[in-house]
Design a protein around this ligand. Structure first.
Ligand SMILES: Cc1ncc(COP(=O)(O)O)c(C=O)c1O
Length: 485
């Protein structure tokens, strides 16, 4: 026994390393603060994009201890300079995130206290915080409080949960799969296709709807396709609308789609991962009329509420449908049974143990109030208008006025192939890196996309983007451009 005690004590001594002393913690805090101040204070001076194709060495895990100073040094040297700088306001490609500072405080507290936010029994307080945030969202989007909500890692998993529930509500399995039809826009985000494969609906029939000149689905086409499918003995069961398309910033006619879904007994799903929170803008509210009719809705706080990556959300009205695939019990968890099932995140999502991600949203909302978030969204809409106007002044053509803050442009090059010209321009912009823009193909045309959503994107950033585009265009026009492959 004495030997056993000695061995435990020896191990205790070594493992104590994992519990820094107060003095060490203070030292860590000091270094952490230095890092975050250095990072944030210089964010506008650094490029928004630097491509790096060569592998990065020096980040190998060798099992040896190092000082925090050295580790942060490595991070500064090897991680932050390369690729897109997503925290920068100069990220106006893809769908920007942002990463408000208050969320980092929320994450820090969540990680130090390590509350178990998977089941109510484990941390009633943490789960209540998550459910309060979800109730707040239900109120915003006109969903009844009885709806189920879940905070996910992002829009992809949120869509996965919603589509699984739609599948289970309509009992789409076995032979029914080949005969069942989903109606959606060609602009629907590809995570929907991924989700359908994951949930066994790869062989379902997808009907892509025609779009109007503003990239919104045409409601007549939806009704006609449903009628034709019913006539052919097929099983229309789901319509997917976008409240903000990724490529074109369009909001589909939600009210009309909702009515059509209701009349034809289809599940109505809305993907508002990018655009949903623009409902908070007074002069955009009208676009979201009918969102409250949805059976399920996805919204991403790590997009429209400027949170750091890792927070999406889903709201679903039919609790039974959600529980069908997501509720499970295990003998070792018998103590946790007895609370309202949908109160626990683990009952309504594929996750059991999860990051307590609610705190990174709840804390900033409590700390700042809602007003600056709405102002930021309004600002993004106006900056989009400003950017498009200035581009047109420079001779660029732009896509239709977007409903929200994603748009696209191209140079109508006359002396050769415009697609080739714009591809070269895109490459030069990426090589320049002052501001990050991305490209897409819309209506068969190569276009440069702008997605204005970061809370740090301000007018001076748009001016910098315009200056960069002008410099790159001049280089291209004068044949001075050396484009790397
Ligand atoms: C409309 C839309 N839906 C879903 C997603 C996927 O979300 P995530 O990247 O958070 O998984 C995106 C991402 O940009 C999106 O724009």
């Amino acid at each position: 026994m004495e030997e056993l005690i000695q061995r435990i004590k020896k191990l205790e001594e070594i493992s104590e390393e994992l519990e820094p002393t107060e003095k060490q913690r203070e030292n860590y805090h000091h270094q952490l603060l230095e890092f975050s101040n250095g990072f944030i204070n210089t964010i506008h001076e650094r490029n928004s994009f630097l491509e790096r194709k060569e592998p990065i060495s020096g980040l190998e895990v060798d099992g040896q201890k190092k000082s925090l100073e050295k580790i942060i040094g490595l991070y500064n040297e090897k991680v932050t300079p390369y690729g897109i700088n997503p925290a920068s306001g100069g990220h106006i490609g893809y769908i920007p995130g942002g990463g408000i500072f208050a969320s980092a405080i929320g994450d820090y507290i969540a990680d130090v206290s390590n509350e178990y936010a998977g089941v109510y029994f484990g941390s009633p307080g943490a789960v209540t915080i998550e459910n309060e945030v979800l109730d707040w969202m239900k109120d915003i989007f006109g969903f009844p409080r009885s709806s189920v909500g879940n905070l996910t890692s992002g829009g992809s998993i949120a869509n996965l949960i919603a589509l699984t529930s739609a599948r289970d509500h309509h009992k789409i399995k076995g032979e029914k799969i080949n005969k069942s039809v989903i109606y959606l826009s060609p602009q629907t985000h590809h995570c929907i296709d991924k989700a359908l494969r994951i949930i066994g609906l790869e062989d379902i029939i997808l009907r892509y709807l025609e779009l109007d000149e503003s990239h919104r689905v045409k409601i007549d086409d939806l009704q006609q396709k449903i009628n034709a499918d019913k006539k052919s003995g097929l099983n229309p069961f789901l319509v997917i609308a976008s409240a903000g398309t990724t490529d074109t910033g369009a909001v589909d006619p939600l009210f009309e789609i909702g009515k059509t879904a209701e009349e034809n007994k289809l599940w109505f799903h809305v993907d508002g991962a990018y655009g949903g929170f623009f409902i908070l803008c007074e002069n955009k509210k009208h676009l979201f009329r009918g969102i409250e009719m949805a059976d399920s809705l996805v919204i991403d706080p790590h997009k429209g509420l400027f949170l750091p990556y890792g927070t999406g959300a889903v709201l679903i009205k039919d609790k039974t449908a959600v529980l069908h695939s997501h509720h499970y019990t295990a003998n070792y968890m018998q103590d946790t049974i007895g609370t309202d099932l949908s109160m626990s995140p683990a009952e309504v999502s594929p996750e059991l143990t999860k990051h307590f991600r609610g705190l990174r949203l709840w804390l900033p909302l409590q700390l700042h109030g809602l007003e600056p978030f709405i102002a930021c969204l309004d600002e993004k809409i106006l900056l989009t208008e400003y950017f498009r106007h200035q581009l047109m002044e420079m001779g660029f053509e732009v896509g239709p006025a977007p409903d929200l803050s994603v748009s696209y442009f191209w140079y109508p090059y006359k002396k050769g192939n415009p697609d080739e010209y714009n591809k070269k321009l895109m490459k030069l912009i990426h090589e320049d890196g002052r501001i990050f823009l991305s490209s897409s193909t819309i209506g068969g045309r190569f276009v440069i996309r702008m997605a204005i959503l970061s809370f740090r994107t301000k007018m001076k950033i748009i001016d910098k983007a315009l200056e960069m585009i002008k410099d790159c265009s001049i280089k291209l026009e004068e044949g001075k451009a050396v484009i790397k492959n």
